[in-house]
Design a protein around this ligand. Sequence first.
Ligand code: NAD
Length: 369
Amino acid sequence: MKTIGLIKEPAFETRVCLLPKEVKRLIKDFGINVLFEPGFGRQVNISDQEYREAGATARPAHKIFSEANFITSLNSVYEGQEIGQECEFLGIYNFGYFPGRTEVYLKPGISVSSLDLLPRTTIAQKMDVLSSMASLNGYKAVLKAAELLSESIPMFTTAAGTLRPLKVLVLGAGVAGLQAIATARRLGAVVETFDVRTSAGEAVKSLGAKFIEVYGSSESETAGGYAIDQTAEYQRKQKALIEKHLRTASMVICTANIPGKQAPVLIDRPAVDNMLPGAVIIDLAAEQGGNCELSSSGKLLQHQQVKILGDSCLSRQLPVSASALLSNNFYNFIHHMCTSKRTEDHLLKACSVIENGTIVHRSLQHHLK
Ligand code: NAD
């Protein structure tokens, strides 16, 4: 590990991958040289001076591309610029769902590792960017929905009468779903949750939510804890059960996903037609097609009297918290790279997508040119 480059993220991004605190640690712990493009921290109100004080050096972007051995970022920042002899890009690229994003990197000397491919194991937890962002997404989804509602959430007992607590339905009880449940419960909502993985039921109940279950789901021990596709019969029963619970929910938080694949559609148009007037759906799976047939990524829509927000990256609305977690995740990943033998380490191998211009990740081999 020699020189790490930090290039400004695209305009839509509010978060950064490394903060001055972790830059300082990288320099101190591993003698790494860190270059940054001026204005790198502007979105989180961190000045160039703070990066300089941490030990990094400001450089124009084209110089960073040609001098750095590693370029870390959240989104793809490479557009074919000239690089030095060898350069490895570290980021969160979701190549499984967007394989076309690999193309710009298929050049001699370029390698790419994508941190969203880390296995969800205990040892990888401190580098797990997906969990970090999912927690914030789940939390923010409930706050966002609360803003869009025209009703209060907890039970209010007043001299003028009693307001009943609001009902929230959470679809998917992974990291984002569990955080959404916890947040909705803290706000005093009555929460119901559905997940295909029956093993998620215990965690759901421990947060004080009701677990609604369709019997006969499949879970696979080889899917690393992720959900797998379900049978047609199961899907039919699941649709009927979700529709029943949707009719009485004022807030619906959709988090159901299968990595690298189209998200399962759990709410179709007729189901939305039957929802309560004023209800709000927040679809965190929107980037991968959405759990609601009507949602559109990055848009707030209204169908009849139901508001539907499609946003898979609400953590962008919490840039300071998100950057603090991401910066730790990236520091830990780089720490792991510096202290492990690359060819033998299963975490590094799991994240490695392109080596020296060639796709090496099994799940993307079909995309090989
Ligand atoms: P995810 O984003 O892949 O999916 C979200 C949830 O949606 C999952 O719980 C999934 O079961 C569910 N889902 C998928 N299809 C569905 C459908 N048709 N209907 C209803 N629900 C559906 O999940 P995630 O938050 O990334 O977590 C994935 C797994 O990894 C979970 O088992 C989680 O506990 C585990 N995990 C482990 C660690 C660790 O350190 N050991 C860390 C994070 C996550």
